[in-house]
Design a protein around this ligand. Structure first.
Ligand SMILES: Nc1ncnc2c1ncn2[C@@H]1O[C@H](COP(=O)(O)OP(=O)(O)O)[C@@H](O)[C@H]1O
Ligand SMILES: CC(=O)N[C@@H](CCC(=O)OP(=O)(O)O)C(=O)O
Length: 235
């Protein structure tokens, strides 16, 4: 199984190579789960509404108003856009949301932000599934869950062999702004300590290393499936 996390920016630039590769996997019966973000679109909508964009440790502080705006952005803008692009490439996606449940993260420290509590679906077969960053809690109320963390939970649950984080940068960048082609946990923690890896990349790297520790062997981060940064456990 392939799990592909597509960040909000990457979503705007889904190119033909990426779509072709997804089609090729599906054609040989390889299940593909797309986890989409919406971060930049939510930022734009908040700015239009003259509301602040507030992040803590790379996670969005989400009050009720922010959550409502986000719901609108995902339902009216992001999901239809993704459906359209997939449709043009003759791919139809099933929503995975129903089998996935979240629970409030850090006792509400980030507001209505959740983390994945459970995934109900036992297995998927040769199809395309999509899940976005709004996930219901125990009572069916939506929580904002960071899409990198969803990708980790999904990859871990299904024991995916590959997890790709498609984003708006070529990979993890070092102090010289060069792409690190192979990143070990020690490299990553050095980059974090030196504040070279920050914000959204911090969240992404944490999710990526949690996935590798959980046994997902092929984890990449960048603009496509081949180049960019490969995460490795090192010696
Ligand atoms: N060392 C780094 N290398 C690359 N990107 C970094 C680094 N540190 C912080 N970032 C930021 O992380 C961003 C990617 O994370 P994020 O905005 O959450 O993307 P996505 O929407 O794809 O999840 C980059 O656009 C960049 O601004
Ligand atoms: C809690 C939290 O931070 N949620 C994210 C969910 C969207 C997301 O992850 O989008 P990207 O993949 O485009 O960053 C947010 O509100 O931005």
């Amino acid at each position: 199984m392939k799990v592909i996390k597509i960040g909000g920016n990457a979503l705007k630039n889904l190119n033909i190579q990426i779509l072709n590769q997804m089609q090729a996997w599906l054609a040989i019966g390889e299940p593909v789960i797309l986890v989409h973000g919406a971060g930049p679109m939510v930022n734009e909508a908040l700015t239009r509404a003259k509301l602040p964009v507030k992040k803590i440790d790379g996670l969005r502080y989400t009050d009720q108003r922010t959550l409502a705006i986000m719901q609108d952005v995902v339902q009216v803008q992001v999901w239809p856009m993704l459906q359209h692009v997939l449709g043009q490439a003759h791919m139809a996606a099933n929503l995975l949301t129903e089998g996935v449940q979240a629970t409030l993260k850090a006792e509400g420290e980030y507001g209505r932000v959740g983390e994945i509590k459970s995934v109900a679906m036992e297995r998927v077969t040769g199809q395309l599934y999509v899940i976005g960053p709004l996930v219901p809690d125990e009572r069916g109320e939506l929580l904002n869950v960071n899409a990198d963390e969803i990708a980790l939970a999904i990859a871990r649950h299904f024991m995916a062999d590959s997890l790709y984080f498609l984003t708006d940068v070529d990979g993890v960048l070092n102090k010289q702004q060069e792409v690190v082609s192979n990143l070990t946990p020690i490299d990553a923690s050095n980059l974090v300590q030196q504040q070279i890896v920050t914000d959204g990349m911090f969240v992404k790297i944490q999710a990526a290393f949690a996935a590798i520790r959980a046994g997902v062997t092929d984890i990449r981060l960048g603009k496509d499936f081949e180049t960019g940064t490969k995460l490795i456990l090192g010696e």
